[in-house]
Design a protein around this ligand. Structure first.
Ligand code: ATP
Ligand code: MG
Length: 353
């Protein structure tokens, strides 16, 4: 079977280090592994509009920013097809057919949808489009026949729902769609990177992010002002590493060899954690180390971003070509879906018999 990837991001803001460790880094590894026949990376503008209907300018402005972030982390348009969701209208049509295969109560039970409704204070006024976005995500994934979907942990319920839709479709209309597998980061700290304010998830909508496009000084300031352990008031106090985002970021980013370079008193992160838990290690030392580690990772990303920022017309061209290619791919699936559903009325004259 052909190995195909579909993944994407909402253009609701620039991409941050949570996206990087949760999904982007893995995508680049998969892209360069040579194991995939096709890689599709979608800028999910239609999905972004489901909770930003009144702010189309916000979504529009972020299209190019997200594309720049992709190119900055090493997504290569020669190997990966980068496209814009709304430029592939076949996805909307598939969504419409899949809606008949899902019950309202099933979407209501989706834990990510529940959490996001709470987070957006939508309780009494959920836009129907927002409510249906797990179904539209299933359309995106299946339109490309994706076998693998590299995403953060918050997307697990979406993938589960997508797999159910595939099974239901195939059961009702015959074997047509491919069931995808989720690809989660192997490092558990990367599954759901917390915000710099210590909130459970770094998220564009919560404003607690370190952006891939932040300059060196902004990153340093954000790290130095990060939430840590509120019970660790004096350097001599014993501290907690669980639920302390500074240590979660170290779990996500640092490598043993970086201790020799930046903090030679410790051999590895376990030793640093032990000292913090024992007491006698100040937050500033840990934050300065985290800053060195993160700057090392972000520097080449920043440089590639600057390169592409000088070449925006080329980026637009990449998006145009990618969207045209994506549309051809989705149209082939839609034709199969229409045939399976017996709504391919003008395909030959079978309707007459
Ligand atoms: P929004 O607040 O608009 O939903 P977001 O920051 O949640 O934005 P998305 O575009 O919804 O970003 O998510 C894009 C991808 O990044 C998804 O695969 C998601 O799982 C992953 N992701 C987002 N935030 C994090 C995070 N804090 N840690 C790990 N992965 C994340
Ligand atoms: Mg999100």
């Amino acid at each position: 079977m052909r190995q195909i990837i579909l993944t994407g991001d909402r253009p609701t803001g620039r991409l941050h280090v949570g996206h990087y460790v949760g999904s982007l880094k893995e995508r680049v590894i998969l892209q360069n592994s040579g194991k995939y026949d096709e890689i599709n990376i979608m800028i999910a503008d239609a999905q972004a509009l489901t909770d930003n209907a009144e702010h189309p300018e916000k979504v529009r402005q972020n299209i190019l920013q997200v594309a720049l972030d992709y190119l900055a982390v090493g997504i290569d348009p020669e190997k990966s097809c980068i496209f814009i969701q709304s430029m592939v209208p076949e996805l909307t049509e598939l969504t419409f057919y899949y809606m008949n295969l899902v019950t309202v109560s099933r979407v209501q039970r989706n834990p990510t949808v529940k959490a996001e409704i709470r987070q957006r204070n939508f309780e009494a006024s959920i836009p129907v489009g927002f409510f249906c976005y797990p179904i539209s995500q299933a359309a995106d994934i299946t339109a490309f026949g994706a076998t693998a979907v590299p995403v953060g942990e918050d997307q697990k319920p979406m993938l589960e729902q997508c797999r159910e839709i595939v099974r239901k479709f195939n059961e009702v209309y015959g074997e047509t769609l491919v069931e995808p597998e989720i690809v989660l980061p192997s490092n558990s700290a990367c599954l759901r990177l917390p915000g710099i304010d210590g909130k459970a998830k770094m998220s564009k909508s919560l404003g607690n992010c370190i952006y891939l496009s932040d300059d060196e000084e902004t990153v340093r300031k954000k790290i130095m002002s990060m939430y840590t352990d509120p019970t660790h008031l004096k350097k001599s106090d014993p501290g907690h590493v669980e639920g302390n985002p500074v240590f979660t970021y170290l779990d996500a980013f640092c490598r043993d060899e970086q201790f020799a370079e930046y903090l030679p008193d410790y051999a590895n992160l376990d030793e640093l954690k032990e000292h913090y838990q024992r007491g006698g290690l100040g937050d500033v030392t840990v934050k300065k180390f985290l800053n060195s580690v993160m700057q090392e990772e972000l520097r080449p990303i920043r440089e590639r971003r600057a390169y592409w920022e000088q070449r925006k017309p080329e980026v637009l061209e990449i998006l145009k070509e990618g969207s045209a290619k994506a549309e051809r791919r989705a149209a082939a699936t839609l034709a199969r879906v229409r045939h399976a559903m017996m709504i391919d009325y003008f395909d030959g004259d079978a309707l007459l018999h």
